[in-house]
Design a protein around this ligand. Structure first.
Ligand code: ADP
Ligand code: 5GP
Length: 213
């Protein structure tokens, strides 16, 4: 289920660029995003709200802000989310206030969100860059989820089941990366970010004008 009651995402358009990343669970987007955040100082992660239980090693307000369903529903009612969705049985949402704050500070933002959330955002904010990460095969996806040891057998089965529907929406994205070898996938992701930042529309026009004044 995707969110229906959201605020006007277009209003948070500040200076920063939004990079929206989706992938089936286990494809490697958290690994890739963390690598990117370490290497690119101008980039920040949009920390989502979720009703899912924290995994071992996950910190509140760092990986997610973990909240009760009641609190999450209140936020929906007040229109505090730029997008939200039910994913693999839990609620996840992007806070409009957090996005506004980071873009106003001039940061570029990585949003690790599911395909429904990405499409909600697209209807309000088409200037974001939409990136889809694929696993090399469904077998590899399963192996990665099993090896990660963070989910029960049931949850893994549910996530693999959802993978097929998620992959079907790849055409809605601007870029596709196959995460077979991590170093190659990382280089490709970094290239997309760098090339986007070098686009004329994202240049510092004031600085260029000053060159000739
Ligand atoms: P997601 O965030 O998409 O659910 P993760 O980043 O948690 O996926 O990755 C799932 C598991 O696969 C992790 O244990 C991670 O270390 C591993 N992994 C990520 N990329 C690769 C890769 N290219 N080859 C092998 N294992 C990988
Ligand atoms: P996980 O539970 O593995 O951390 O994430 C499960 C799924 O929820 C992933 O596909 C992830 O991209 C998605 N997700 C995480 N945060 C958000 C969010 O704020 N909004 C939406 N729509 N999906 C999210």
């Amino acid at each position: 289920m995707a969110g229906t009651k959201t605020g006007k995402a277009g209003k948070f358009a500040g200076k920063g660029i939004l990079f929206v990343i989706s992938a089936p669970s286990g494809a490697g987007k958290t690994t890739l995003c963390h690598k990117l955040l370490k290497k690119m100082p101008g980039l920040r992660l949009s920390v989502s709200y979720t009703t899912r239980e924290p995994r071992k090693g996950e910190a509140n307000d760092v990986d997610y802000t973990f909240v009760t369903k009641r609190k999450f529903m209140g936020m929906i009612e007040r229109g505090e989310f730029a997008e939200w969705a039910t994913v693999h049985g839990n609620l996840y949402g992007t806070s409009m206030k957090r996005l506004k704050k980071l873009t106003a500070e001039g940061y570029d933002i990585i949003l690790d969100i599911d395909t429904h959330g990405a499409m909600q955002l697209k209807s309000n904010y088409e200037n974001a860059v939409y990136i889809f990460i694929l696993p090399p095969s469904i077998d590899a996806l399963e192996k990665r989820l099993v090896n990660r040891k963070t989910e029960s057998e049931d949850t893994i089965a549910r996530r693999l089941d959802n993978a097929k529907t998620e992959i079907a929406s790849y055409r809605n994205y601007d870029y596709i990366i196959i995460n077979d070898r991590l170093d190659k996938a990382y280089r490709e992701l970094e290239s997309i970010i760098i090339a986007t930042k070098l686009r004329t529309e994202n240049a510092d026009h004031k600085w260029i004008k000053n060159l000739t004044n």
